[in-house]
Design a protein around this ligand. Structure first.
Ligand code: ZN
Length: 457
């Protein structure tokens, strides 16, 4: 057993930014904005590599980013794994760079490359290492340094940030997880819709994924298919992950505003201590409702709520106490709200059925499923979690989701029932939220200033 030394160190770069500085940085863009119908304002607020970590809670949104990201990472239990600073291995032997193909596992890779299987066995016997070597994904890269098949070191990228490094250590092996530096930059962009939402995003340099996420945040108030109009505008402040000057990918949205037919909707991110991300309005209300209106990606609504419907199979008048959403077999079905699985099995004409119990004495029912997803009877379920897949089990003429919504046991029309709001920011987190969010509201205000300047021109 190797000794564990040191605590978790997160090397993300965090730098507080003060509003006046960021405002100055925007100034040249401001004038450019006066000339262009669509303005993209980029704020590169990330620090340089030499900046120290300055934890000053509440002074800006950015200084807490690293911590938030760290919270989102899976926890690693540490016994044989030591977390150290970035250490470059000394190359002594021959380097092998392997890319995992579908169906590969390490044993196969070792056999194929004439590497010693006993070395692999020794490495996987290090507790906590096994799990990091077991699951290989196609496309994963594994770097091995060996001397005639004797493994000297093995490196595996676990994700964008963490790298597992196993090295020969006297008689055996020891492992470290190295956290590599990732710059998290905050980028803002604003656009006015001329044609479509996605085109407007593109013109402002916002990726479709970020535009989609923004629509996801405001989907509870705005129907992005029906309600969006020419002249609507939006601002998105989101993260970007960079390493060594290369952008790895877009990160989460930290704040956004959508102005739909003159009404402004604003939201800022909050990550609670358990790592759950949610978006809240300036007064701390959740942007979400407690229930998703249609808990499936449906292609069309095939049968509405109707208490006097002729049953398509039985050909008798039978109340239809739910909504049918036609969708191909296998389409994921989501939990409409947070809750608990109280039924998961076959229910007569309903076929495979799931019933969820939610707060406020509300239950939701999902029927004609082809199969169930992993969560078992009694499991706690989060809104949006996949619970099952569309099918046509039971009495059904084609694949669809039959969805019911009951309050105190009484069926209500899922398409029109007033949905309760999701919980607001808990009182104990209000101060943290407001400290994190207020610089973001100011940044959104800044864009509003830009808009005003355009309007008066
Ligand atoms: Zn139905």
């Amino acid at each position: 057993m190797k000794s564990y030394s040191g605590g978790i160190r997160h090397d993300y770069k965090d730098t507080p930014i003060d509003a006046p500085t960021s405002a100055r940085r925007h100034w040249p863009w401001f004038f450019l904005g006066l000339l262009l119908p669509v303005i993209a304002v980029s704020m590169f607020l990330a620090s340089g590599p030499d900046d120290a970590i300055v934890p000053t809670p509440g002074s800006s949104s950015m200084q807490s980013t690293g911590v938030e990201l760290a919270l989102a990472l899976p926890e690693i239990s540490l016994s044989d794994i030591r977390l150290l600073e970035d250490i470059e291995p000394e190359p002594r032997g021959e380097n092998l760079s392997l890319t995992v193909q579908p169906g590969d596992n390490l044993e196969l890779l070792f056999r194929r490359n004439d590497l010693r299987l006993s070395d692999l066995a020794e490495m996987t016997s290090l507790s906590d290492v096994r799990e990091h070597l077991r699951m290989l994904r196609p496309g994963d890269r594994i770097e091995i340094n060996h001397d005639g098949g004797n493994v000297l070191s093995l490196n595996r990228e676990l994700d964008e940030i963490r790298m597992l490094r196993i090295g020969r250590d006297g008689e055996g092996f020891s492992a470290v997880i190295v956290e590599r530096e990732v710059d998290i930059r905050s980028v803002g962009a604003h656009s006015v819709i001329q044609d479509s939402l996605f085109e407007a995003g593109m013109e402002a340099g916002i990726s479709d994924a970020v535009t989609m996420n923004m629509a996801g945040i405001f989907q509870w108030d705005i129907d992005f298919i029906q309600d969006v109009r020419v002249g609507d505008e939006f601002t998105v402040i989101h993260e970007e992950l960079w390493r060594n000057g290369i952008k790895l990918r877009d990160g989460e949205i930290v704040a956004a505003e959508f102005i739909n037919r003159g009404t402004s909707y604003r939201a800022a991110r909050f990550i609670d201590p358990s790592g759950r991300t949610d978006y809240f309005t300036p007064d701390g209300r959740s942007v979400r409702k407690a229930f998703i209106r249609a808990p499936v990606d449906f292609t069309r609504v095939s049968s509405n709520f109707n208490l006097n419907r002729r049953h398509p199979v039985l050909n008798t008048i039978r109340a239809h106490r739910g909504v049918d959403y036609a969708a191909p077999s296998g389409t994921p079905v989501f939990a409409a709200g947070d809750g608990k699985i109280v039924f998961r099995g076959v229910q007569n004409g309903y076929g495979n059925t799931v019933i969820l119990q939610h707060g406020g004495n509300i239950t939701t029912l999902y029927a004609h499923l082809s199969r169930f997803a992993a969560p078992r009877l009694g499991s706690r379920i989060s809104q949006g979690q996949t619970i099952a897949y569309v099918g046509q089990s039971g009495l059904a003429t084609g694949p669809h989701l039959h969805y019911e919504y009951r309050i105190n046991g009484v069926h209500r029309n899922p398409r029109t029932v007033t949905l309760p709001p999701a919980d607001p920011i808990p009182a104990e987190h209000w101060e943290t939220f407001s400290a994190t969010a207020s610089p973001l509201w100011r940044q959104l205000d800044l864009y509003r200033g830009v808009r005003a300047a355009i309007a008066s021109n």
